[in-house]
Write a protein that binds this ligand. Structure first.
Ligand SMILES: [Zn+2]
Length: 69
């Protein structure tokens, strides 16, 4: 079963597990793109699923997306 996350829990997860900050203040569901602020100062957006499960915890400049070929 998938856990239902609240925005507070997500914020805590982001703070404890990455150097990024969560800017979004409302969580509407797993398909929603959340706004993050990377430690380099850039903002980026990603779904929480990608952030958490795919370990995409920085902006595309610090951590370029891997191309699937
Ligand atoms: Zn960055």
């Amino acid at each position: 079963m998938n856990k239902r996350w609240t925005i507070g829990e997500i914020k805590e997860f982001v703070e404890n597990n990455s150097e990024s900050q969560l800017l979004t203040t409302e969580y509407q569901g797993f398909s929603q793109k959340l706004q993050f602020k990377c430690s380099c100062g850039s903002n980026f957006e990603k779904t929480f699923t990608k952030f958490k499960n795919n370990n995409q915890r920085k902006c595309d400049l610090c951590e370029p997306p891997k191309e699937s070929r």
